[in-house]
Ligand binder design. Structure first.
Ligand code: SAM
Length: 494
């Protein structure tokens, strides 16, 4: 059977989609190639969020066509994901060596398409159509972690099943239409899987050694708001999700400090958290990406109520200026955002808060930007992903007046980075000498002789350990802080 190499650009959702495609291909007998130079099929899973990501994938494919295809003309080349969805046939017109273009609702068709191409039944395939129910197709996992990436998994998918942390896709698409964002156009409208199917997938992962699950979606806090997918039940009938959600709603809510308080209306997302929390053997639950406006009191209460829900929140703010937030169509103000942060910190003292910020959005003035700097200092983020605004085609912001010159975008990016780094340095240094629980994930990427784990707040800790620590929660004493990395010793050895 042929071997396949998948290169992924962009976010965790793309990583998860690639994993599902790889698992699907392994199940069909493909092997995972350790590098593109020896693969029979090379797939680039693309990102469109910023122009840079698109350009990188295009350049990569140009190089593959020029170098790999020249020596091995039988190699199959394909684009998948967001850029494949938004550009479709245009990609083959521009790069005629490309054989396959597979959109974001078609990942599950990868094996069939490759079969057709490899068998010579079809020359080129472009499939970017919408497909109802596709949100439920990202469900297969490769629990071999780096072993799979390094090619240490055979055609039957055998390898060391040692993955500690797994992503579970709970929904696809986005209905928020932030004016800067291409995602609603590349991922389609919001579609949510149903709770029983998600829980079944999580249970299976836990049965296979996974201790931590991250629930994934473009805006997870909108989960189920537009109904849920159908689920098969015994007897072959289907149950509509809206019914499942209401049946899960509890009449009363028992607070973290005991006692019963009046019923808290639980959003479908919080109902899903409750259901996943029930899984025995699961130790930690994370989710990404939420939207600040999805942080209702039910979700804040969930942080106080559900011990497996880790004290970590990624809360994309994008800007500290109300004027810019409005232009971005974010749906909250700076004050509301700060209110959510305060409530979260009250519900879970010590919670780690990270964010996304865009600098140089059209019309952003020096004063607007300084409000962002001030907000970063006020919140004291544990970390932030900073993005220089990138105009995306078909998005309203691309046509707004007063586009900020590249030089200013870069300069603001640098200034904000300095503030985030300074806060990070202070926060990480303050942990030196402290004893903290980590979940050990495996060898450190930078130095495989050492092991890494994450704190519940998601901070990386590197320590001297061995494979026997993998998958265990253990306490480490922090001895040193580096740049957004902690170093420590297991307490038992200290
Ligand atoms: N759930 C997130 C939210 O609340 O907005 C959306 C995740 S989005 C795919 C990831 C991040 O990419 C966004 O939070 C934003 O900071 C950044 N981003 C999206 N479009 C961008 C653009 N046109 N230019 C620069 N950064 C962008």
């Amino acid at each position: 059977m042929p071997s396949v190499y998948i290169k992924t650009y962009g976010c965790q959702m793309n990583e998860r989609d690639s994993e599902a495609v790889a698992a699907q291909l392994v199940a069909k007998g493909y092997t995972l190639a350790p590098s593109e130079t020896v693969a029979d099929v090379i797939l680039l899973n693309t990102c469109s969020v910023r122009d840079l990501a698109e350009q990188k994938a295009l350049r990569k494919m140009e190089n593959l066509a020029a170098e790999i295809r020249r020596d091995r003309p039988e190699v199959v080349l394909g684009f998948m994901g967001c850029m494949a969805q938004s550009r479709g046939q245009e990609l083959i017109d521009r790069l005629p060596d490309v054989d396959l273009v597979l959109g974001t609702q078609k990942f599950h068709r990868a094996a069939d398409c490759l079969d057709e191409i490899l068998a010579g039944r079809r020359d080129k395939i472009v499939d970017v159509a919408e497909e109802p129910g596709s949100e439920a197709t990202i469900r297969e996992h490769l629990l071999y972690g780096n072993a799979a990436k390094n090619g240490a998994v055979d055609g039957a998918g055998h390898g060391p099943p040692r993955q500690v942390s797994a992503y579970v896709s709970i929904m696809q698409g986005c209905n928020q239409y932030c004016t800067f964002c291409i995602v609603p156009y590349t991922r389609g409208a919001e579609r949510s899987r149903n709770i029983p199917d998600i829980v079944a997938e999580c249970r299976q992962l836990v049965a296979q050694s996974v201790k931590e699950i991250t629930l994934l979606g473009q805006i997870v806090t909108s989960y189920g708001k537009r109904g849920l997918g159908e689920t098969a039940v015994e007897g072959g009938a289907s149950v509509l999700a809206s019914r499942l959600v209401s049946s899960l709603a509890l009449p009363n809510d028992t607070g973290a400090h005991g006692g019963t308080r009046p019923a808290l209306q639980k959003s479908p997302f919080v109902q899903l958290l409750d259901a996943v929390h029930e899984i025995e053997g699961l130790e930690r639950i994370r989710f990404t990406s939420p939207h600040p406006k999805g942080y209702g009191d039910d979700l804040i209460a969930a942080y106080a109520r559900l011990p497996k829900l880790v004290e970590s929140a990624h809360l994309p703010v994008q800007s500290g200026s109300n004027r810019v937030l409005k232009l971005m169509h974010r749906g909250y103000t700076r004050e509301r955002y700060l209110g959510i942060v305060e409530k979260l910190r009250r519900a879970r003292p010590g919670i780690g808060i990270t964010t996304d910020i865009i600098v140089g959005f059209p019309g952003e003035t020096e004063d607007d930007f300084e409000q962002t700097l001030a907000l970063a200092r006020e919140v004291q983020f544990d970390n932030a992903y900073i993005f220089k605004y990138s105009p995306r085609r078909d998005t309203p912001a691309a046509d707004l007046p007063d586009q900020v010159p590249q030089k200013i975008r870069e300069e603001r990016n640098q200034r904000l980075l300095e503030v985030i780094n300074e806060i990070g340095k202070r926060k990480y240094s303050a942990l030196v000498g402290r004893r903290i629980e980590i979940l050990v994930e495996g060898p450190s990427k930078k130095n495989p002789a050492r092991m890494t784990g994450r704190t519940r707040c998601k901070k990386i800790v590197v320590f001297d350990g061995s494979e026997r620590h993998r998958g265990h929660s253990l306490d480490v004493k922090i001895t040193r802080a580096g740049s957004f990395t902690l170093y420590g010793d297991p307490v038992i050895l200290a």
